[in-house]
Design a protein around this ligand. Structure first.
Ligand SMILES: C[S@@+](CC[C@H](N)C(=O)[O-])C[C@H]1O[C@@H](n2cnc3c(N)ncnc32)[C@H](O)[C@@H]1O
Length: 274
């Protein structure tokens, strides 16, 4: 009996224990067969070759043992573009699109901006593409993450982007008009989904005992380097916004703003240098 594209799709949809199993099954199939969505829907009853079936089964097996779909596909969508991702970087999250939105509220277009803790570079590259007059710097302490950011900068070439190693926990002398940052902010005691804890880089997740180390260090070392009115825009965990706002106040920031997501949770906190 021949195995068709559709047979493989149904097999995976049944096996994957996720709410969006149909989406995941289709994405794995398209990847294994190297075909587009349109090609699949035009000819779902086409038989697959033994090689295609083997590739598909290998991908499905890795998905079922917990590898996130984004790492299997090697790319993930963010703010309407597709970014390269590897297990060296955090998978871009939809809530981080709010970080881009909030930064845009304060940018007029010609500022010198640092995306600190850049990971895949999705935040900074998006801002650089949306506002091509910006001077954008992407910084991360992880060389493997910087390699992914470089790959994404090649994927979306923009003249206004540079990439460098930058340790957010250390003093700095570099001056920017704005810092955007989605730092590691998970506290040691925070519960984490198994797939996140086991598969995404620990360096991208944990922000010290109470999850606040990066907020404190970045404010301590970098707020005073901004020009008056220059802003730091942070993403934080869904229960952390008040605490981050308080830390901002303690370090002397003013005009502090908490942006809530669609479910009313404060995820983005920003403040400016007086
Ligand atoms: C939560 S991820 C954010 C990635 C990306 N900006 C995003 O929003 O998808 C945090 C990033 O911080 C980086 N990181 C960890 N420690 C750091 C440090 N001391 N200095 C700079 N970056 C650091 C990690 O490598 C990781 O890429």
């Amino acid at each position: 009996m021949v195995t068709t594209r559709r047979d493989l799709f149904f097999e995976a949809r049944t096996a994957i224990p996720e709410r969006n199993a149909a989406f995941e099954a289709r994405e794995l199939l398209l990847r294994a067969l190297s075909i587009s969505k349109d090609e699949y829907y035009l000819r779902p009853s086409l038989p697959v070759t033994p090689e295609e079936e083997a590739r598909f089964r290998a991908l499905l097996a890795r998905r079922l043992e917990g590898t996130p779909l984004a790492y299997l596909l090697g790319e993930w969508d963010f703010y309407g573009r597709t970014f390269t991702v590897t297990p060296d970087v955090l998978i871009p999250r939809p809530e981080t699109e709010e970080l881009v939105e909030e930064a845009r509220c304060f940018l007029t277009g010609r500022e010198n901006v640092l995306d600190l803790c850049t990971g895949s570079g999705c935040v900074g590259i998006t801002l650089a593409l949306e506002l091509p007059e910006l001077s954008m710097t992407l910084g991360d302490v992880s060389e493997p993450a910087l390699a992914v950011a470089r790959e994404n900068a090649r994927r979306y070439p923009a003249a206004n982007v540079r990439i460098l190693r930058d340790d957010a926990l250390a003093p700095s002398e570099d001056r920017y008009d704005m810092i955007v940052c989605n730092p590691p902010y998970v506290a040691l005691s925070d519960p984490l989904a198994d797939e996140v804890a086991r598969r995404e880089p620990a360096l991208a997740l944990f922000g010290g005992e109470d999850g606040m180390d990066f907020f404190r260090a970045i404010l301590r070392y970098r707020l005073s380097l901004l020009p008056s009115g220059g802003r730091i825009v942070f993403e934080c965990g869904e229960t952390q916004s008040r605490k981050v706002a308080h830390i901002m106040e303690t370090f002397g920031a003013r005009a502090i703003r908490i942006r809530t997501d669609l479910s009313g949770k404060g995820r983005i906190v920003s403040g400016e240098r007086p």
